[in-house]
Design a protein around this ligand. Structure first.
Ligand code: ADP
Length: 423
């Protein structure tokens, strides 16, 4: 019950807010919505009081109730400026009318403070703030003047209860404004702190990333440079028998550079703090495409066993990249005459768990964490193409999707990688 009430309060507070709004505008909207709901509640209290006392002016209160609720539809239809004007004009006028009709005994004057306070943060420029306050002061003085020189028609039906009620209303109103203000500012500071922390982590990562990227790019450049020097030397000496071999090394070096550049670009794309679009992804379809791709590029037979996979809410491109990388690795790091890969799925404690088991060369336990680092490769076999980015990227993707990646493996006995994604 309490939870439901809180949720409704939150929902009403957020009427008219959207993600593109500035923090200050959201705060203004929330405060106005909350005050409007409080005023509606107070008018309802007056209606109940009037009902009990059997007085006849109840229909007036209903009209006031309708007019006082107008801020909410204004916000709902994104009419923000009219909502603020309405707030700053309608309610002070209402208070003035109440004082004129019921006399000072109704205690409406204290409630002017709510509008003095709100006009300070509702309007951006100083001129509007001053105008709003002048308007309130004029109304206040006007109502004083009126009650001094004229008889209020319903003065006799007010009592001390009205003054107390008005005092409570003002106190609650001003406290609501200040409390919401403080709460929102606290939230804003916390968010800023978090952003600041993630910015410094991102900055450190960029530094590390550019350091290792340039370091890794230097290796193929060095290879290309050395072999072009050798070719130049041989040509000068009139020797040509090694040139095609040197050219092969240059080709390999430039290919390696191309892979590196592509992978680095891919990695930095997913590293950027972009919003990930979620969609419904049929993993059976995705997997059969990845499997057919793996067969095309294979130099030896690949036996792929894929269990029935689910349709999940995820990002097709990202999840494809992870699964493709795991299948490619399972086929690449394999010394058996026939590659065996088995992909299976289970649902465990609100997580989709996918496993990729292979009969490959396996990975020593000491490297199980290391292989997820950027540019980490355990094999120097020149026949196995790679950049050491695949697993680092997979880890980054899976973590950005709210999941995790791990493995169990033993040298010579194959490896099983586990990808866990939240349901
Ligand atoms: P790459 O394949 O480009 O070298 P990865 O980041 O995908 O880079 O893999 C990092 C390293 O982890 C690989 O170089 C390899 O040594 C090891 N590795 C990855 N997958 C497997 C596997 N299924 N079996 C054995 N070793 C693997």
């Amino acid at each position: 019950m309490r939870q439901k009430l809180l949720q409704s309060w939150q929902k009403i507070s957020h009427i008219g807010t959207n993600d593109e709004m500035s923090y200050l505008d959201i705060m203004r909207l929330k405060i106005l919505n909350q005050l409007t709901v409080s005023i509606i509640f107070i008018i309802l209290l007056f209606i109940i009081k009037t009902l009990f006392e059997g007085e006849e002016d109840i229909y007036v209160l209903f009209i006031i109730l309708v007019f006082s609720s107008a801020i909410l539809p204004f916000h709902y239809f994104k009419m923000y400026q009219p909502a603020r004007m309405y707030w700053a004009i309608y309610f002070p006028l209402l208070l003035t009318a109440a004082t004129m009709l019921y006399g000072r005994g109704v205690g409406a004057n204290t409630a002017f403070f709510i509008f003095i306070t709100t006009s300070m943060f509702l309007f951006d420029n100083f001129r509007n703030q001053v105008l709003a306050n002048l308007f309130i002061i004029v109304l206040f003085l006007g109502s004083m003047y009126y009650t001094n020189f004229y008889e209020s028609p319903y003065a006799d039906i007010t009592d001390d209860g009205d003054i107390i009620l008005m005092f409570i209303i003002t106190a609650v109103g001003v406290s609501t404004i200040i409390l919401t203000f403080i709460q929102e500012i606290r939230k804003y500071i916390k968010e800023l702190e978090n952003k600041n922390n993630s910015l410094s982590t991102a900055y450190e990562e960029i530094e590390r990333f550019s350091y290792i990227s340039s370091h890794n790019l230097k290796t193929p450049v060095r290879t290309i440079r050395s072999f072009t020097d050798l070719i130049e030397r041989d040509i000068k000496r009139g020797k040509t028998e090694h040139i095609s071999e040197y050219l092969e090394y240059i080709k390999q070096g430039s290919e390696q550079m191309q892979y590196l550049i592509n992978d680095i670009l891919e990695y930095s794309k997913i590293s950027q703090d972009k919003h990930i679009e979620l969609e419904s992804v049929d993993l059976n379809k995705a997997m059969s495409f990845i499997a057919s791709q793996a067969q095309i590029g294979a130099t030896k037979p690949i036996e792929l066993q894929i269990s029935d996979l689910p349709i999940i809410e995820s990002n097709r491109t990202l999840i494809n990249a992870v699964f493709q990388n795991l299948i490619e690795n399972a086929a690449k790091y394999n010394d058996k005459p026939s590659v065996e890969i088995s992909v299976s799925y289970k649902l465990a404690s609100k997580m989709h768990v996918f496993s990729f088991a292979d009969n490959g060369i396996g990975i020593d336990k000491v490297y199980h964490d290391k292989i997820f680092g950027m540019f980490e490769r355990l094999h120097s076999d020149p026949n196995i193409v790679g950049t050491g980015i695949g697993l680092a990227m997979s880890k980054r993707i899976v973590e950005r999707l709210g999941g995790s990646i791990s493995l169990i493996s033993e040298v010579g006995k194959g490896s099983t990688f586990f990808v866990e994604l939240p349901v």
